[in-house]
Ligand binder design. Structure first.
Ligand code: NAD
Length: 290
């Protein structure tokens, strides 16, 4: 299949590489000077989209997605498919869906979970929104780049699933970190705390699979000086999207809002920038930090 791939950063680069390895003919474009093994580069986003049956975008945010969509949609052939794998706001996904539909194209919003490791290993999870016809085009490509794809509903449903998942993730990471900080103060050994909670009703992915306490549980970024992993600023971005969605949908998400405020402080005023999102644990060891 002829595929245009736009946005070849930490995630897009390895995803494009996996499509090439599977035998697809991929033409890439990025505004930065990037290099992916075996990838032919176009001079513009529109050029990468011209003559492609599918165009995949993996971009930083909704505003950039909308501007790239304006450039590529006129260049895409009738009946071709745009798959956006970026994490963006639900409104941007729906706006690009409207634009593609008006141009006679198919659209899938398909944000991912699994991080850079999952992108390289081809083990991402895709959460997809769009018509059955659009999902049918995208699914074989999801099978190459990932291990699971869930068709969540109409356009925007993939982004909705992603931000709800990551709101739970941010909140539970904070809860896990503060519980470890409290356990420390109560003189409870961290490995005993892990043994109990990981097999009791407080268990969660953040405790069992991605424990924020160094030397406890399976290997995680905590064991590597909190190098990401999933960087705090990306968690902050996703919590911001969840609160933007909650405001526009009139949903009450107080824990999500508090998680947003804590990650904002951690990234902007403390030492969280560039660190894994589990690096919050030490900040809870002193009462009274606002
Ligand atoms: P990144 O910053 O490494 O890559 C984004 C790429 O887009 C960059 O190479 C940038 O030069 C390029 N770009 C920016 N504007 C462009 C334009 N107008 N035209 C063409 N290219 C342009 O980011 P990333 O980590 O690869 O993340 C990409 C998306 O995936 C984001 O939406 C992010 O939230 C999401 N995501 C990231 C992770 C992760 O662990 N990194 C996990 C899940 C989802």
């Amino acid at each position: 299949m002829k595929i245009g791939f736009i946005g070849l950063g930490n995630m897009g680069g390895p995803m494009a590489a996996n499509l090439i390895k599977a035998g697809h003919e991929v033409v890439g474009f990025d505004t930065a000077d990037v290099c992916v093994d075996g990838l032919a580069m176009a001079a513009s986003a529109a050029e990468a989209a011209t003559n492609s049956e599918v165009v995949i975008t993996m971009l930083p945010n909704g505003a950039i997605l909308r501007s790239v969509a304006d450039q590529i949609i006129p260049a895409m052939g009738n009946g071709s498919t745009l798959i956006d794998c970026s994490t963006v706001d639900v409104e941007s996904a729906r706006a690009v869906d409207d634009q593609t539909t008006a141009a006679g194209l198919l659209f899938v919003d398909a944000p991912v979970s699994g991080g850079v490791g999952g992108a390289s290993a081809g083990t991402l999870t895709f959460m997809a929104g769009g018509s059955d016809a659009a999902f049918a085009v995208a699914e074989p490509l999801f099978d190459i780049m990932g291990q699971k794809a869930v068709h969540c509903g109409a356009a925007g449903a993939g982004q909705a699933a992603k931000i709800c998942n990551n709101m739970i993730l941010g909140v539970t990471m904070i809860a896990t970190c503060e519980a470890f900080a409290l356990a420390d103060k109560l003189g409870l050994d961290r490995s005993k705390m892990f043994d109990v909670v990981s097999t009791s009703s407080g268990y969660s992915w953040t405790m069992n699979a991605y424990c924020p306490a160094p030397g406890v549980g399976p290997k995680s970024p905590a064991d590597n000086d909190y190098q990401p992993g999933f960087a705090s600023e990306l968690m902050l971005k996703d919590l911001g999207l969840s609160q933007q969605a909650a405001a526009s949908a009139d949903a009450d998400t107080p824990m999500g809002q508090l998680a947003l405020e804590l990650y904002q402080r951690f990234v902007e005023d403390e030492d969280g920038l560039g660190k894994d999102f589990s690096a919050m644990l030490p900040r809870f060891q002193h009462r009274g930090r606002k």
